[in-house]
Design a protein around this ligand. Sequence first.
Ligand SMILES: [Zn+2]
Length: 246
Amino acid sequence: MEWRESGELRWLEAELPGALASFSTRLGGLSSGSYESLNIGVLTDDDTETVLSNRRLLDEALGIEPGAVLIGRQVHGAELLVHDGPQEPAPWVAPTPDPPEVDAHATAVPGLAPLVFVADCLPIALSGPGGVAMLHGGWRGLAAGIVGRGVEATGATAAAIGPGIGSCCFEVGEEVLAAFAPLGPGLAEGRMLDLKEAARRLLERAGVTAVEDAGICTRCNQDLLFSHRGGGPMTGRQAGIVRMVG
Ligand SMILES: [Zn+2]
């Protein structure tokens, strides 16, 4: 994974077979206060017009057509939506009242760009012969099988895990530990869960052998990234985005 920049924007980029995954940071946007500065989530108390401007800045930096970005209202589930074309109207460009309630998007159409919003949860990009997918990997979605859905939809052989909360900062309750117990020992020290290792094991079980991890904890790096646990409810969102490349 490599750092990229354009103006004030900085993001991480991972090359996957036939695809490119990007993970944005909080740097280079227009929002202020606890949303400083590249907040791309409208379901916050941040000013919507400013968020839409931030989204345009991100589109420009990544060279993505705004209408090609595929998003939903994330509900910590494991549903995946397969897209055969752009969303019309595009909720990324102008918020719509009823975006699809899903936490994962897949497509085999070049140019389309599945995107998830994160601030501690793991953005997981997949690529395979059946296309690309972007997953919102919180513990609930991971425990509910979102990785398997993504791999099934794409035939993924490779994955990239962007910045998310590390085992250094992810203290969880017994019910969360129990949800991951089937993945075997070594996933937690006491109540500190290694969610990235859980994701890696789920990917490997699903047949994805090439797994790249940014290795960056959001909560430990709040100058660079939004963290829900670190910043509380008044926190912005960053993006995980993937698209097929020719
Ligand atoms: Zn940490």
